[in-house]
Design a protein around this ligand. Structure first.
Ligand SMILES: [Zn+2]
Length: 174
């Protein structure tokens, strides 16, 4: 037996595990030691990627709980890795990508909210008396219909469109 195998067997024996000569018992013992999804995921992630499916299928059926799919564990591990802080060589500081991602998501949400609210903002200035009023709605069309309800109107004078406040609007003919 090669030295490497001998050493591994010694370590296994010291931990009360079966030897490499008895892989079935060894697998069963390893599986028994895995009590949670997290432990199983950590174990899978320590295995080289190309050997992961083999490890997964050998152990999954021997676990005391129902294993998630291998893809799920890999995705979870990636998620976790994203959350771990990294050392930033430029700033000489720990960089927390999770926090950055959160900031980024927050920034995007605010921008989206702003964009959406802008879409529905209608700032009207009366061409006659220059009184102004702002209407907000889900979109420009809805904002305009709010303005109409409030008594604003639009007229075309010398080919230019102009808006008139409720006071200056001529009575609408329906
Ligand atoms: Zn006016």
């Amino acid at each position: 037996m090669e030295l490497r195998k001998k050493l591994i067997n010694k370590v296994l024996a010291l931990n009360g595990l079966a030897t490499l000569a008895d892989p079935r018992s060894l697998l069963a013992q390893i599986a028994m030691g895995v009590k949670t999804h997290e432990q199983f995921r950590n174990l899978l992630m320590r295995v080289e990627p190309e050997k992961r499916p083999q490890c997964y299928y050998s152990l999954a059926s021997r676990l005391s709980f129902e294993a998630k799919s291998l893809d799920t564990y890999i995705a979870e591990a990636k998620d976790e890795a994203v959350r771990l802080p990294e050392w930033d060589n430029e700033t000489k500081q720990l960089r927390d990508p999770g926090w950055q991602a959160q900031q980024e998501a927050c920034r995007r949400a605010v921008q989206k909210a702003l964009r959406e609210s802008e879409i529905g903002i209608l700032e009207l200035t009366c061409r006659k008396c220059t009184s102004a009023q702002t209407f907000r709605a889900v979109d420009k069309k809805a904002a305009w219909s709010k303005a109409l309800t409030a008594g604003w109107s639009e007229e075309t004078l010398e080919k230019a469109k102009r808006v008139l406040c409720p006071k200056c609007s001529s009575p609408r003919v329906n």
